[in-house]
Design a protein around this ligand. Structure first.
Ligand code: M6R
Length: 357
């Protein structure tokens, strides 16, 4: 039930701090250590390469997950769009493990890949929010998101839950391999949960930004570098699916290779700046688009922020920034849709789970 909330999406955005705490708690053992079934960790350790298969928002979470697993556990990861995998199957490694990320656990495109790779005899793991879902029943192993039911078509809390569970999977695998991740993930995810709360309490400011940047525009661009690029893809998907504004996410460095031609007087460009190593480069990209008339909205992380930034998110571990930088983007999409009188929870042409190929 959505209770006093006008929309499920807003309720689900607000549930994210709670979900984060629930995930930390559920994946902790009695000594406070993060833990995952031994057989799952063994399966990861036996693999020479992981193939993440997903669609939409879950695909975007997979892109972030690849960073975690490669950086922490040092296992190579490929991320594939499920609907493409069938005809564009990459040359597989000798010992692949397939990881399916699906909020609903029912996405037909992802299931088609699961059926196929099972026939080929490869091990499979599903990360889903729905116990007993098709993808969960049919895979060898399952990890649950514990996000509670997600009703709004636009996925919000499932995305952050997917990323959190992937970070835990990466950390536990790293530890099993004797690798040091260099930080205490339980503590860092706790900091993330608190930061999420601060962001959920900043809706008025974000609504104002939506009014200023998105109420009349035809299109909108999201730019970022590194992990921020992936969050930009998700921000763009959220905005287009519920507000019908044409939105695209780009790697900052790619702008000059074509997209910059689309910048006109007043085009909103939302830039993410949460990574120290690329902070100045992304700001350089903002200058390039401003010189061509763009209306820039910089969302930065505390410590990396400059005076001209529109919104500053609290500081969290650099690898975990997608968990919080996405929240202002979810809220922006929500208000953009609301201001345009769109049906926030049930956008046109879309279904919550896509059970056709
Ligand atoms: O249930 P799944 O995670 O497999 O769904 C995948 C996509 O259909 C889903 O993420 C879709 O892109 C959402 N509407 C995005 O908000």
């Amino acid at each position: 039930e959505k209770g006093t909330y006008p929309h499920y999406m807003l309720k689900e955005i607000d549930e994210q701090p709670l979900v984060m705490r629930k995930i930390i708690q559920t994946y902790q053992n009695e000594h406070g250590e993060l833990t995952i079934d031994r057989e799952i960790i063994d399966a990861l350790n036996e693999a020479d390469r992981l193939y993440i298969i997903a669609a939409g928002t879950s695909y975007h979470a997979g892109l972030v997950g690849k960073q975690f697993i490669e950086k922490m556990a040092k296992i190579p990861v490929e991320v594939h769009i499920s609907s493409e995998f069938g005809y564009n199957m990459p040359l597989l490694s000798e010992k692949p493990l397939f990881i399916f990320i699906s909020q609903s656990g029912e996405t037909a495109d992802s299931r088609a890949v699961l059926v196929n790779v099972k026939e080929m005899g490869y091990p499979t793991l599903t990360i889903t929010n729905v116990p007993g879902s098709t993808l969960s029943r049919e895979a060898d192993f399952t990890l649950l998101l514990h996000a509670g039911p997600e009703i709004a078509v636009a996925s919000t809390k499932a995305y952050t839950a997917q990323i959190a569970v992937l970070s835990i999977l990466a950390e536990v695998t790293a530890r099993s391999r004797g690798l040091k991740v260099g930080f205490d993930l339980v503590k860092e995810l706790g900091i993330v949960a608190n930061a999420m709360e601060v962001l959920c309490d900043s809706k008025e400011l974000i609504e104002q930004i939506a009014r200023e940047f998105l109420s009349v525009t035809r299109n909108c661009f999201f730019i970022g570098r590194g992990i921020d690029f992936y969050v930009g893809l998700e921000g763009a998907l959220k905005l287009k699916e519920i507000s019908y504004i044409q939105a695209e996410g780009f790697a900052g460095g790619e702008l000059k290779h074509g997209t910059i031609a689309l910048i006109e007087e007043g085009t909103p460009v939302i830039a993410l700046a949460t990574q120290e190593s690329v902070n100045l480069s992304i700001r350089g990209n903002v200058k390039e688009v401003v010189a061509r008339g763009a209306n820039p909205c910089i969302i930065s992380m505390k410590g990396l922020n400059h005076d001209e930034d529109s919104f500053v998110i609290p500081e969290v571990n650099e690898l975990l920034t997608p968990l919080i930088s996405v929240i202002p983007l979810q809220i922006l999409a929500y208000y953009a849709a609301l201001h345009r009188d769109c049906d926030v929870d049930k956008p046109r042409n879309l279904a919550k789970s896509v059970t056709v190929e």
